[in-house]
Design a binder for this molecule. Sequence first.
Ligand code: C5P
Length: 315
Amino acid sequence: MRRDSPRWLKLPAYAKLNLGLEVLGVRQDGYHELRTLFQTIDLKDDVELTLADRGVTIACDHPGVPTDDSNLAVRAARELLAFSRSGRGARIRLVKRIPVAGGLGGGSSDAATVLRGLDRLLGLGLGATELHRLARRLGADVPFFLVGGTALGLARGDEVYPLRRQIEAHFVLVDPQRPVSTAAVFRRVDESLTPRENGNTIFRFVSSDLEGTGAFSALTNELEAAALTEVPELGEVVRRIREILLGDGARMAALSGSGSSFFGLFEDGRQARRAESRLQAAGFRALRGRTITFEQYGRAWSRALGRSRGGGRTR
Ligand code: C5P
């Protein structure tokens, strides 16, 4: 361990939205070839990390979060500790604010944060390539959280390219609290999958062919129909949420990932606040915030890794 390594860290794990998601086909590894537009938002979990003599333990304030090896953060810690050959263990404490199993990447973000945090605590100095290699073994969404901001996700969603055009907007999202199984949604997609070529909306969005506010409304999530078939009672809920969001001026309204979180993107903060109030009045639990750009994400990480540096602090 390097002498300047901190003893513990408190780090952010930001959520993501999929502003658009296209399923291009089935891969030989059984996963799906995707093209998706990822966007970091300022909704976050807190991840506290401390080195331990051996083993990995996790504590979480949310009853829906597993505290065994099925938790991706635990698996991330085990992978990184094994890779480090340090013989050390880790204690993880999670403060959960990102809705669980909601298509917002909470578990994947926690895992990416654990990778970065333990790298720092152990003073390994792993580069982007090594962290990315560990991340993609944990799950298709994990690599994005090493990048952040507005980014294009290709292959399984784990080939990530930050875009020159970073989106600055307000979001309002609703967690209908009906967890959807990602694997089940992808299986449903297979029933209607047809071969695709370039020329559709994300490709055009990224290539600047689609500019201005109309570009957002052209984005769609091709998992939505499958998610609504998988969880039929979600259909009516989504219809009502979409109507309120678009009625209050959202540039786009869509399901994130395989759901069930449903969000709207607004240019105007006042419209976002109005939509939030209207959703709450209709009985929905709504969350509001802002998108985070690639640069802001990088700065948040530098601050978190720097500020927590403190030698003598133990927990
Ligand atoms: O990689 P992760 O464990 O997050 O993916 C969850 C499930 O979603 C996978 O088991 C797979 O069934 C499906 N999936 C897929 N194609 C992708 C990403 C996920 O089929 N590109």
